[in-house]
Structures are given as structure tokens and as C-alpha cells.
Design a protein around this ligand. Structure first.
Ligand code: AHM
Ligand code: MG
Length: 329
């Protein structure tokens, strides 16, 4: 990049400043959503600190409890959940939270306008072994009148109703990537400043690619269509890349061109991933970056959730690759 381009670009802008600049582009914006995004970034920074020192403190390993899905909770899962809820409660913009770690809706500020669905720390199997993990979040405007109790309708909106969504990736560097429906931007955490700084503006995913990400160990549990697609990928000499952290696998594929697949298996007939706080947010980012996300039949964001912890198949990534998988199903 030459000097003029660099000076003229917004790369290097802090997240706070970027959010403020974007807010002034919406004439009737009240600033509540901007504040909420800042609160999420703050929670992300706190969790980042916890993760960074996790090998040194007694905060790794299972806590001895299970979540509503019967999965063992890791200490860091629970810590991240508490940190997020606390940051959003103190921030004051959120009336309710749906979290992977809580069985029921967590109601916090009755007089606030927004609902947050989140997986505070996704990629549980990677937490203790120093492999990338992520936070996923979706933001919705509440439907019920302000001041009243939050209803299931508020938290079971379909993905098309998201006003913003994103993720924080705790990888070789920490990044926050989000969209408000006007493109996707990525901010890298600069540890000495303690700030997220714009590093990837207007992210566009390649239309196609040569990476497929699926837990191939489950090959014999998949349906014939998915198995045939995997064979096709091998015939094409594609690269198999699977971290087992959805955020990381998705993030890599968005930049390099690829498809992430979590299909139903003979044991879990609706797949593993959760529609409300895992699939919808990434589907919003995928579409905003030019990619695609489906459950094999329909756009993820069109699906009407009936349950907080509902599962869905997920086929997500570069548009042409998702279309190709679907042609096999
Ligand atoms: P989690 O919410 O318990 O962490 O599970 C979600 C994770 C995804 O990040 C990842 O892609 C997938 O589960 C891996 O599952 P598997 O081990 O079955 O391949
Ligand atoms: Mg998860």
C-alpha cells in the first residue's frame, strides 16, 4: 500500500472511533447499539486476558457441571459467561441474554431495547489445549414493550431480524469481526494499547475456494449426499482443514475460500450446532461478506427458531462451494 492510500484509509482506526463514525451515518440512531457493541468488545478484552493466563491459573478443565445440552462445562466456559453477563448488565443496553451456558433466558435490564444471543466461548474441546476458540454474538431489537418481562418471542426471532452480529476470535491474535448489515469489518486487538484496531475493512469472501472443513471422523455417520460431497472434495484435491472451533474454521474459510459443514449424523438428527447463538450470527457475517449459509435446504437466517437451544445442520462459506454441497444433498 502506498503512503497516500494508507493515509486515506481507515485502517488503524480504533473500534470505538469506528463505531462512533458509523453511528453518525444513521440520523436517528440513539447510540444504544453503539454502546452495546462497545460493551461486547470490553467483555471480549476481559475474556482475552483470562484465556491468555489460563495455563498459569487453575481455570482450565471441566467444572463438574453440565449445560442444558448435557455437555460438560469447562471452567473458562463458565467464567466467560459470567464476564459477558456482567459487562452487558453494567452496560445497560440489554434486556435479556440467551446463552449456550444458561438453560433459560437471563433477564437483566427490563428497560432496555436489545436482546443478545451468545456462545460466550465456543470450541470447548480446544479450551485446555491452547488452540483457537471464539465468542459468538447476535443482537436483536426486542419486540415486547419496554419495561415488561421479556418473552420467548423476543429471543426466538429469526436471523433476518438481527441488527448486528459478530464474533471474537482468540487465535494467534485476537480479533473482533462484526456486521450491522452494511458489510463486515475486522478489528485486531493491539495488546499494548488494549484496543481493537480496524485491520480488515469491508471483508469479502472469495466466491469459491479449495478448503473443506468437516469432522471426517464422523464420515460413516453422515448421510450419503454428504459422504459423496466429501469424496468429490478429495477427487478435486481440495485441502481438508478442521480445527474443531467453528469461529476459527469459519474465519479462515471466509478469507481463503472454503466451506464448513456440520451435517446431521445418525446420532444427532439435527446436527450439533445451535441455531440461535451459533449459526445465525455466522450466517449474517457470511452473507454480508458475499458468502452463504444454509441448513441444507433453506437459508439459515430464514429459519424460525422454536427453542432456545435448537440445533441445525450448517453448510456455510464461499457461495459456490455451499451451492455445490447442496447439489449433493
Ligand atoms: P461447543 O459449543 O460445545 O464448543 O461445540 C461447538 C463446536 C464448534 O466450535 C466446532 O466446530 C464443533 O463443535 C466441533 O464438533 P466435533 O468435535 O463434533 O467435530
Ligand atoms: Mg458452542
Amino acid at each position: 500500500m502506498n503512503k497516500e492510500t494508507l493515509i486515506g484509509s481507515s485502517i488503524g482506526t480504533t473500534l470505538d472511533r469506528f463505531i462512533n463514525a458509523k453511528q453518525s451515518e444513521f440520523p436517528f440512531a440513539t447510540g444504544e447499539l453503539s454502546q452495546l457493541l462497545r460493551d461486547i468488545a470490553l467483555a471480549g478484552k476481559i475474556i482475552n486476558l483470562e484465556i491468555n493466563k489460563s495455563g498459569l491459573l487453575d481455570i482450565t478443565g471441566a467444572i463438574g457441571t453440565t449445560n442444558v445440552q448435557g455437555e460438560a462445562q469447562q471452567k473458562l466456559d463458565v467464567i466467560a459467561n459470567v464476564r459477558f453477563i456482567r459487562a452487558l448488565r453494567n452496560g445497560g443496553q440489554v434486556c435479556a441474554i440467551v446463552s449456550e451456558e444458561d438453560d433459560e433466558i437471563v433477564e437483566i435490564n427490563k428497560n432496555s431495547n436489545y436482546v443478545v444471543a451468545m456462545d460466550p466461548l465456543d470450541g470447548s474441546s480446544n479450551i485446555d489445549v491452547n488452540v483457537s476458540i471464539g465468542t459468538i454474538f447476535s443482537i436483536y431489537r426486542r419486540i415486547s414493550p419496554i419495561g415488561e418481562h421479556v418473552t420467548k418471542e423476543d429471543v426466538l426471532q429469526n436471523g433476518d431480524k438481527q441488527v448486528a452480529a459478530g464474533y471474537i476470535l482468540y487465535g494467534s491474535s485476537t480479533m473482533m469481526v462484526y456486521t450491522t448489515g452494511h458489510g463486515v469489518n475486522g478489528f485486531t486487538h493491539e495488546p499494548s494499547l488494549g484496543e481493537f484496531v480496524l485491520s480488515h475493512d469491508n471483508i469479502k469472501s472469495p466466491e469459491t475456494g479449495t478448503i473443506y472443513s468437516v469432522n471426517e471422523g464422523s464420515y460413516y455417520s453422515f448421510e450419503p449426499g454428504v459422504r459423496n460431497y466429501i469424496e468429490y472434495c478429495k477427487e478435486q484435491r481440495y485441502s481438508a482443514r478442521y480445527i474443531g472451533s467453528l469461529v476459527s474454521d469459519f474465519h479462515r474459510n471466509m478469507f481463503k475460500g472454503g466451506v464448513y459443514i456440520y451435517p446431521r449424523t445418525d446420532k444427532s438428527l439435527n446436527g450439533k450446532l445451535r441455531l440461535v447463538y451459533e449459526c445465525n450470527a455466522l450466517a449474517f457475517i457470511a452473507e454480508q461478506s458475499g458468502g452463504m449459509a444454509t441448513d441444507g435446504e433453506r437459508r439459515i437466517m430464514e429459519l424460525d427458531p422454536l427453542e432456545l437451544h435448537q440445533r441445525s445442520q450448517l453448510f456455510i462459506g464461499s457461495k459456490e462451494m455451499v451451492k455445490k454441497v447442496m447439489s449433493f444433498l
